[in-house]
Design a protein around this ligand. Sequence first.
Ligand code: URA
Ligand code: CA
Length: 436
Amino acid sequence: MRTVDIIHKKRNGEALSREEIDFLIAGYVQGDIPDYQVSAWAMAVYFQGMSARETADLTMAMTRSGDQVDLSGIPGLKVDKHSTGGVGDTTTLIVAPLVAAAGVPVAKMSGRGLGHTGGTVDKLEAIPGFAVERTKEQFLQQVRDIGLAVVGQSGNMTPADKKLYGLRDVTATVDSVPLIASSIMSKKIASGADRIVLDVKTGRGAFMKTLDDSIVLAQAMVDIGTEIGRDTLAVITNMDEPLGPSIGNALEVLEAIETLRGEGPAELTELCLVLAAHMIVLGGQASSFAEAKDTVERLLHSGAALEKLRQFIAVQGGDAAVVDEPQRLPQAAYRVAVPAPQDGYVARIDAESLGVTAMMLGAGRATKEDRIDLAVGIKLFKRVGDRVKAGEPIAELYMNRSEPEETRRMSERTVSAFAFSEAPVDRLKLIYAVVT
Ligand code: URA
Ligand code: CA
């Protein structure tokens, strides 16, 4: 087989065979096929697309390129959840205990934050003592014991995706549906998921800016799941404003605790209940979405999910008392109110821009090596559609540095993430569609 023939075939819009896709991916990872040929192939895929079968073959070739987690020793269907990237998106910390409390085992590998998006592993590290590194045996034993473990990614998972993603980033081939879909799904499958629930974000703060494009991406991922026998469902949700009001690691842990107490923000609570209910149906612990939704609402209000969070924190070495005494979480030294510049209605809140501001405050990393400050971040007081009066606080900055110049710049950045309108503005819809 020759790489040039594979590129030629895809350039002309023909479907590649499984053998051709395996040859290309294996050769690329081994270093036998150079970047320039894979770049040309990626561009051909960008213009010609891939069939559902080709996309599934590409996914499995990438899954097999490195280590795979074997969860078969844990009884029951293992259901994973993935969000395509959000700001103020603390759903995993809420959904995982809810689903585990319903009897569906959660064995999750999560990442750290990079750029404007946060990562679950960083948020968990805001809990004093919490260890995100476990041996494989500890990880599996913990899931058997309490039904829930969340650890950092370890080992050599999906090296093909890492290498290909780096190449796509510099060859203008990131925003190709088959390439995004296979990238995301290969990582979920390598981490052992039998069933997958996807939260596909749409809007200004998301990869896919329009609802139509988001549905196409969601359908591509659901089709991969169907092709390979791992049932996948996607919920398309809004990213035209941050999901929850807190952006920052300790702030988001606090928000997760409040939500599991039944005192969380309405939109975040609703999305977590919906995602958890879908996971429980896919995990075989409910026969309908309505039944599963009742179950998760009960587990939320009875405190059972909060108890699961306590247990989970304690088993991973963390201070479970944070659940009842959140002041034990890292606290910022300064809080700075950000006033509304005018009267009116909130018309838009740029989630990505606020994610960058939180990163600049120290809550996130510009590069992989940066150290982060777990206490700092932004708390929003308004959502799209809310009425504001000039001078009223719309947000609060949590800071550990107090230079006036930085404070002024960060306040200005925060204000400019908001757009205001004199006329009333409709609230945004949270969930647009479910793709199965
Ligand atoms: N997230 C991924 O993991 N891969 C992509 O290609 C895009 C978003
Ligand atoms: Ca299906």
